[in-house]
Design a protein around this ligand. Structure first.
Ligand SMILES: Cc1ncc(COP(=O)(O)O)c(C=O)c1O
Length: 459
């Protein structure tokens, strides 16, 4: 494929060597697609087919993918929805459903925000299906960063970022101190942006709200300030800004003051080359952790193209790049779970699915309120709780002169039978522990905190 339009965009300028090099060659997919339309007899794809009667007792005359009869006991889905390969970029119906869901989650009003909705629908890539968000993060890192280049991130972050960026790919994490005076530390962020801007032809940043491990979500004012900082920095540096928006915990926002919508939307509406990439997953959002279905969706800019045909071609070119990465790494994603997600949306509709999920959100919200209340009743100058308004976790900081997080976790486990996740990173000024209140029954929260309180005293 030629990337005539893509090559002229700042998105292309921001690509890594691999991002520039990768594409999905015509190969098997091209020839089997053509054969489906043009051939009488097809011998293209490596999927065994047969008449069902020839391999299943009492089978029909259907020409179907061959399958083991034992599989049927566990699902009512048609074998055609389970056994064959899913397409490289994911099932077309699923990609369409997810795009609709992205539009729905924007909370734009049909009447008041007509222009914004049109802009959102037109200027995003077709969501590509990845093996969970983890694989989406890996894909973005490969697409934009060479080994030795830098990605900006908060000091408190999901531990797997370090595995992916640093250990696996040799990318440097440029971190900044997340909080100052219980707010996001924009000054520190600005410093690292300009530091990275000195040596790199692009800024790549990953943000995650509600955050793992802290549960932090910016207030509306903080979100505005953050966007203002990004815009001002981009205007000064005049380089593309790639903002990877890890929306793993999107929608789980429990406080009225917090921003209850992904930052992706505001960034997508910006005219300048601030390019947001939305990472979603059915993992937490639809509570299907083991399904391993995620999505990568890139925000595009109108000034990259001059007419509608170019826009459509740009989306095709980007899709080819993304599918090229999928094909050369995971090939394609789990079919049965893609089929299940399609079926639940087709059967129940977006609103009903959101309603069902919101029951769980309510459950978590009560725990969030309870655990914060219980923690606020501990008066101990050696601990502090990071600001938190959503997600599945919160973070307790420990005075490093008195407690060592790993040792404290051991003490808590051995003597109080309480499990938490300690994080101790001197270089990044972190010494504390994450509590996953998503997994504690509300009636046990008082006891949980009581034991932590005793453990702090008897350390
Ligand atoms: C911030 C964050 N991003 C991504 C993920 C991974 O999501 P997935 O299981 O879809 O790969 C997690 C899971 O814990 C997470 O906390």
């Amino acid at each position: 494929m030629n990337f005539e339009i893509l090559e002229k965009t700042p998105l292309y300028d921001a690509f890594s060597d691999l991002g520039k090099r990768i594409f999905l060659p015509n190969g098997i997919i091209y020839w089997s697609g053509r054969a489906k339309k043009e051939a009488d007899l097809i011998g293209t794809i490596g999927t065994a087919f047969g008449y069902e009667r020839d391999f299943i007792e009492g089978g029909t005359d259907d020409w179907t993918p061959c399958y083991l009869p034992e599989i049927k006991k566990f699902t009512e889905l048609n074998v055609k929805d389970i056994v064959p390969y899913a397409s490289i970029g994911g099932l077309a119906e699923l990609r369409k459903i997810w795009k609709d869901l992205i539009v729905r989650k924007s909370m734009y009003n049909d009447e008041i925000d007509k222009e914004k909705i049109t802009h959102l629908k037109k200027y995003i890539s077709n969501p590509i299906v990845t093996t969970g968000i983890t694989n989406g993060i890996y894909l973005c890192a490969k697409l934009f960063l060479n080994s030795g280049e830098k990605i900006i991130c908060t000091n408190k972050r999901w531990g797997n970022y370090d595995n992916i960026f640093t250990k696996n790919l040799g990318i440097d994490i440029k971190s900044f101190q997340f909080f100052k005076d219980n707010k996001i530390n924009l000054e520190a962020l600005k410093t690292v942006i300009f530091e990275v801007g000195k040596t790199q032809n692009k800024i790549v940043m990953i943000i995650n709200f509600p955050n793992n491990p802290t549960g932090f979500v910016p207030s509306k004012q903080e979100a505005n300030d953050l966007i203002k900082l990004i815009r001002e920095s981009q205007a000064q540096l005049k380089k593309p800004f790639i903002i990877i928006v890890d929306d793993a915990y999107e929608s789980y926002v429990f406080s009225e003051e917090a921003l209850d919508i992904s930052l992706f939307y505001e960034l997508q509406q910006l005219k300048e080359d601030i390019i947001p990439i939305k990472l979603d997953g059915v993992t937490k959002e639809l509570l299907m952790y083991g399904a391993r279905i995620g999505f990568v969706t890139i925000g595009l800019k109108p000034n990259w193209i001059s007419n509608n045909d170019e826009r459509k071609n740009l989306i095709k070119e980007i899709n080819n790049k993304l599918e090229g990465i999928n094909r050369s790494s995971i090939s394609n994603c789990n079919h049965i779970y893609q089929a299940i997600v399609v079926k639940i949306f087709q059967d129940a509709g977006i609103e009903k699915i959101i309603e069902s999920r919101n029951k769980i959100k309510e459950l978590l919200k009560k725990r969030y309120e309870k655990i914060n209340l219980e923690l606020s009743n501990i008066s101990n100058p050696d601990i502090s709780i990071d600001p938190n308004s959503g997600g599945f976790f919160l973070f307790v900081n420990l005075n490093k002169d008195k407690y060592k997080a790993n040792e404290f976790a051991d003490h808590l486990l051995k003597n109080y039978k309480i499990g938490i996740i300690p994080i101790e990173k001197q270089a990044e000024n972190i010494n504390g522990f994450r509590i996953a209140y998503c997994s504690i029954d509300i009636n046990q929260i008082s006891e949980f905190i009581k034991r932590i309180k005793s453990a702090l005293t008897n350390y």
